[in-house]
Design a protein around this ligand. Structure first.
Ligand code: HEC
Ligand code: HEC
Length: 409
């Protein structure tokens, strides 16, 4: 685009924005605009390196997007994420590697309420950034007020779930498949894919975003799936107190946090053997295994949700559920697939004294054939909780690149 044309667009944009009484809220953008306009010399060459916005008015009127795209594709990961082992956990398919343009589109789609039948709910309605992209409600409320049958899941570090299956029962084989399911769920968003496409086509800001991402503005559900899954995969949490600890031999940890960490890694609790992907020698970066387990929540088939068992109709899979990452666990309450525990102390008490004798109870939660009794002291329970709180990542939950881009909703 020639600079003259660009400047004309900026002037038009500015006039329209002033007329609407609103701007993008980006101070540096406003500055560029006013300088250009008051100079009264639209033919002046824009100096090399100056960023002027190419974002058209129909986009900037609805969305607050940065002039320079956020970096989704190449975050500055710490050393413990850049090991061959952790890179090996990455479930990104070769035909859907992250590009900033696609993840930017994915961000808008993630916050798009038009992806629901009555325009009431976006993905973000049940996956709140402040809650590690989970939902503080035990069950989430879908577009028509009907509740989901399970607790929403935090989305941090989904990229590193090694076998790349999603949902508590792992029924989605890939993230690309998963992200289209809520749209079509009769409880969650209630659209067909055709309806979702036409709702997206109906919004003035998408032609530009699809063009940026794919080179042309054609809207397909496959493209939506690619963009949404890239955005979800870009949600990497790596800036918690725990991460500083990994990099510094945990000298930043308090005594209680260090005791909690030792307990978590001990044979007495076995927490780490299930919550860390141990297949490759005890990697601690992700705090997620790549398996489903039964952790003794219920004695037998006492409720109607048998997790993986219901899906594959195999007895020995009953009561097995995916283990989400413990990252930001402080913020993703309530806990377990049915959100039955309100606090982390309740969770610890479950493992300490409440493990039930389910036929598929994992042997790491048994002693001599009986459900484990850990006999932890109150201090030890507090220590375990203190350790889990070190996994909270304030940067992740406030990072603008994952936030709602809509100016007013
Ligand atoms: C009405 C609430 C609701 C909406 C809307 C919603 N989700 Fe979810 N999400 C959930 C619940 C509940 C689960 C767990 C469901 C299950 O396992 O059966 C879940 C699970 C997931 C998972 C699986 C995470 C994992 O580790 O396995 C991903 C990814 C996800 N949602 C992404 C999205 C995206 C993308 C959208 C929008 C297209 C979306 N969700 C819309 C409630 C919602
Ligand atoms: C046998 C493997 C196993 C062991 C050992 C184990 N867990 Fe778990 N953990 C699981 C499974 C499976 C789930 C999810 C179960 C469900 O929702 O039905 C889970 C869930 C959790 C959750 C809630 C996650 C969420 O997103 O809601 C927390 C917190 C937790 N475990 C902490 C611990 C701690 C602390 C220990 C040690 C005291 C421990 N776990 C030991 C398998 C295990």
């Amino acid at each position: 685009m020639g600079s003259l044309l660009k400047i004309n667009i900026i002037i038009v944009s500015l006039t329209l924005l002033t007329a609407c009484g609103g701007g993008s809220g980006d101070a540096s953008l406003d500055e560029t605009e006013s300088t250009t306009v008051t100079s009264g010399a639209p033919e002046t060459e824009i100096p090399e390196g100056t960023t002027t916005s190419d974002i058209p008015i129909e986009v900037s009127a609805a969305l607050s997007l940065p002039e320079v795209m956020h970096n989704y594709s190449d975050p500055d990961l710490p050393a413990h994420f850049n090991t061959a082992i952790v890179q090996g956990f990455d479930n990104t398919p070769i035909d859907n590697v992250i590009y900033d343009e696609l993840a930017t589109l994915g961000r808008v789609l993630f916050y798009e309420k038009q992806l629901s039948a009555n325009g009431m709910i976006a993905c973000a309605g049940c996956h709140l950034q402040a809650n590690g992209f989970s939902d503080p409600n035990q069950f989430s409320i879908g577009f028509q007020g009907v509740t989901t049958s399970r607790n929403s899941m935090g989305l941090a570090n989904s990229k590193y779930y090694e076998r790349g299956h999603f949902f508590w029962d792992e029924r989605a084989n890939t993230l690309e498949d998963q992200v289209l399911e809520p749209i079509q769920s009769v409880v969650e968003m209630g659209l067909t894919l055709e309806q979702a496409e036409s709702n997206v086509i109906g919004q003035a800001y998408y032609p530009y975003l699809f063009e940026q991402a794919f080179g042309d503005s054609t809207v397909t559900s496959e493209r939506m799936s690619q963009a949404l899954s890239q955005f979800v995969r870009s949600m990497i949490s790596y800036q918690s107190k725990y991460d500083t600890g990994v990099a510094s031999n945990f000298i930043n940890f308090s005594a209680t946090e260090n005791r909690g960490r030792d307990l978590f890694n001990s044979a007495r609790t076995n927490c780490a053997t299930c919550h860390v992907n141990n297949r490759n020698n005890g990697n601690e970066a992700i705090l997620q295994p790549d398996r489903t387990f039964n952790n003794g929540l219920d004695a037998a088939l006492v409720n109607e949700d048998n997790g993986v068992g219901d899906l594959v109709n195999t007895q020995n899979q009953n009561g097995r559920f995916k283990v989400g990452s413990l990252r930001n666990i402080e913020l993703t309450a309530p806990y377990m697939h049915d959100g039955r525990f309100a606090t982390l102390l309740d969770v610890v008490e479950h493992y300490n004294s409440g493990v039930q004798d389910h036929p598929n109870l994992d042997n790491r939660l048994q002693r001599n054939g009986d459900p484990i009794q850990m006999n932890l002291s109150d201090q030890q329970k507090q220590d375990l909780v203190a350790f889990m709180l070190t996994l909270t990542d304030d940067t992740f939950i406030t990072d603008e690149k994952f936030s709602d881009p809509f100016i007013s909703q």
